[in-house]
Every structure is written in structure tokens, then in C-alpha cells.
Design a protein around this ligand. Structure first.
Ligand SMILES: NC(=O)C1=CN([C@@H]2O[C@H](COP(=O)(O)OP(=O)(O)OC[C@H]3O[C@@H](n4cnc5c(N)ncnc54)[C@H](OP(=O)(O)O)[C@@H]3O)[C@@H](O)[C@H]2O)[C@@H](O)CC1
Ligand SMILES: Nc1ncnc2c1ncn2[C@@H]1O[C@H](COP(=O)(O)OP(=O)(O)O)[C@@H](O)[C@H]1O
Length: 282
């Protein structure tokens, strides 16, 4: 790995955690719009919404199929399922790109026309480049290989596994967006050359749905920092690294709470407020 990558620290993350002030209302704190989940993968929506609430955001607006909305509301009745103005979008977790309904296509188009910061995850990664809003893509190895190959940069999973830093950088350059490449070490970089690693403090994190939780954390941080993002594009990369750091630390705490034992994705989301509180107090 190139020596110019820097490991993101708790002190770095603490700079991107803000407590609400007396003048803030829910809208000033930021509203996150979420278009995730499907009848096949309703859990992805529940996990992302849960994680966004746990990270601390003014409001979450969720849009998805009726059954998925019901699942989201059963877990988090605070969620608003009526369309409205948002300050950032999280799109794609638990969506099958080959089975987009007419309604979903409309929701995606609406979100991407909005020009507010966007997190593109799994089932929306193919939409990178179709809009001009500040964007972070959050692929795992397989998804990055598929995305680059579809853009006429043929690459296999093993090639990316052998040089994740190099491929993350290449993806950021070629796609013109910030890239968060997930794994035991997460690589976060952008076309301007900002490069950060986040080393997961526990490998129990490698379990289904934790990527969906990461999307919710990142979306909430982008919504919270919408004003800064409108004048400082580099903030996107720092916020992505912060999301990965918070995610890893939440997983460590959740596992520590069960004697270093296994955790499930929802456990990670539930541990996020403690991490945010700790960072806010630093
Ligand atoms: N609770 C929820 O709602 C959750 C929803 N989720 C959502 O699911 C969607 C799909 O995301 P994903 O990353 O799981 O799938 P994807 O990138 O298409 O990779 C598939 C590859 O995996 C491999 N493979 C499969 N089984 C395997 C096995 N047993 N052992 C070894 N390999 C195996 C398979 O390989 P093959 O069988 O073809 O050899 C194929 O290459 C996505 O939208 C995500 O958000 C997830 O977050 C989970 C929680
Ligand atoms: N070996 C590992 N050790 C620690 N963390 C890991 C490891 N493998 C994957 N992760 C993390 O687990 C999460 C898995 O996300 P993802 O692959 O999107 O899964 P899912 O789609 O099931 O949510 C990512 O945050 C990734 O960084």
C-alpha cells in the first residue's frame, strides 16, 4: 500500500460529530432521505433507517414498497414516509438493480435530481455518473469489480483483493466520486487525492447487513453536515471515513458487551449512540 494513505483516528472522527445547539430544530439538524430495501430484502431498509436514527439526525424520510414501509415503521415509528425536502440521500441497499419498478425508478430519479449529497450503495451503484450531486459510493470488493467492469475497466475480485488501495483510487479517479471500499480495512478516497484507511477493530463485523448499517450512519452524517458540504466538497471524504470509524467502534463495543462474542447487524446500529456520545464529549 502507498505510504500516503492515513489511518483515520478517534480524534479525526470527533471533529465530525456535532451536538445539537439551542437554536437547532429538526430541519436545521438535517433530514436524510432513504430509498432502500425491497420486498426481497426488507431488512436492508430497516437496518439503514435504524442506523441513521441512531447516528442522530433531525428526521429520516423513507420511501419504498408498502410492505417495507410497514417493516421500517414497526421498528422506527419516528420515520416519515411522506415525500418532502431532504438534505442528503441514501440509496440502493437491498435493491435489485435488475428489478426496479416504475415507482422505484421515479423515486431514484427524484433523489438524484436533488443535487444534495448522495450515498450510492449496492443496488444503486450503477447510477454513479448519472447526476452531479456530491457522491460517495460504498461497494464491497465484488460490487467494485462489477461496477468497474461494467464501465469497461475489466477487473476481477482477486485483482482488487491484491491491491484494494490502488483500485479504490482508480475507481475514484475514473468515476469522479468519493469511494468507500469495504473490507477488514476500509479504503476511503476521492479524485482529489484524499486517502484514508479505517481498520475494523473486530472481524465479527463481517456479517450480513452491517454494510446496510454503515450506509445509514454515513447518510445521517451527510445530512447533519449539509451546510458544510455545500461549500467544502472535501468534507465528503472525511465524513465517509468518520462513518466507517463509528461503524467499527460500534461493532467493537457491541462485541465487548457480549464478552468479545458475535454480533448481528442490529447490535452494531444499537451501539452507535454510545460511540457518537463518546466522540461528542472528546
Ligand atoms: N437483511 C437484508 O435485507 C440484507 C440485505 N442485503 C442486500 O442484499 C443484496 C445483495 O448483497 P450481497 O453483497 O450479499 O450480494 P452480491 O454483491 O450480489 O454478492 C453475491 C455473491 O455472493 C456469492 N455468494 C452467495 N452466497 C454465497 C455463499 N454461501 N458462499 C460463498 N459465496 C456466496 C455469490 O457467488 P456465486 O454463488 O455466484 O458463486 C455472488 O457472487 C444487496 O442489495 C444488499 O444490500 C445484504 O446487505 C444482507 C442483509
Ligand atoms: N473480515 C472483516 N473484518 C472486519 N470487518 C469486515 C470484514 N469483512 C467485511 N467487513 C465489514 O463488514 C461490512 C460488510 O458490508 P457488506 O459487504 O456491504 O455486507 P452486507 O451487504 O451484508 O451489509 C463492511 O462495513 C465491511 O467493511
Amino acid at each position: 500500500m502507498d505510504g500516503s494513505w492515513r489511518e483515520w483516528t478517534a480524534d479525526d472522527a470527533a471533529e465530525w460529530v456535532v451536538e445539537p445547539a439551542a437554536v437547532d430544530d429538526k430541519y436545521a439538524r438535517g433530514v436524510l432521505g432513504i430509498v432502500t430495501g425491497s420486498t426481497e430484502y426488507p431488512g436492508a431498509a430497516v437496518l439503514g433507517v435504524e442506523a441513521a436514527h441512531r447516528t442522530g439526525v433531525g428526521m429520516v424520510r423513507y420511501s419504498g414498497p408498502r410492505a417495507v414501509r410497514a417493516a421500517v415503521l414497526a421498528r422506527r415509528p419516528e420515520t416519515v414516509t411522506v415525500a418532502g425536502r431532504v438534505q442528503a440521500w441514501l440509496i440502493g441497499s437491498g435493491i435489485d438493480p435488475a428489478r426496479r419498478s416504475f415507482v422505484l425508478l421515479g423515486d431514484l430519479q427524484h433523489a438524484l435530481a436533488d443535487r444534495v449529497p448522495v450515498v450510492l450503495d449496492s443496488g444503486a451503484l450503477d447510477l454513479v455518473g448519472t447526476h452531479t450531486a456530491p457522491t460517495v459510493v460504498t461497494p464491497h470488493l465484488r460490487e467494485l469489480a462489477a461496477l468497474l467492469t461494467a464501465r469497461e475497466i475489466p477487473v476481477g475480485i482477486e485483482e482488487i483483493r491484491a491491491d484494494p488501495a490502488g483500485w479504490a483510487e482508480r475507481a475514484a479517479r475514473e468515476l469522479g466520486v468519493a469511494v468507500l471500499l469495504k473490507g477488514a480495512v476500509t479504503y476511503v478516497c476521492d479524485p482529489d487525492g484524499d486517502r484514508y484507511t479505517v481498520t475494523a477493530p473486530t472481524h465479527w463485523l463481517a456479517t450480513a447487513g452491517t454494510g446496510d448499517v454503515l450506509g445509514g450512519i454515513l447518510g445521517a452524517l451527510l445530512a447533519t453536515h449539509h451546510e458544510r458540504l455545500s461549500v467544502d466538497a472535501d468534507a465528503l471524504t472525511a465524513l465517509a471515513a468518520t462513518a466507517a470509524w463509528v461503524h467499527g467502534e460500534a461493532a467493537r463495543r457491541a462485541s465487548a458487551g457480549v464478552a468479545g462474542g458475535p454480533i448481528a447487524a442490529l447490535d452494531v446500529a444499537e451501539a452507535v449512540p454510545g460511540v457518537i456520545g463518546m466522540l461528542a464529549g472528546r
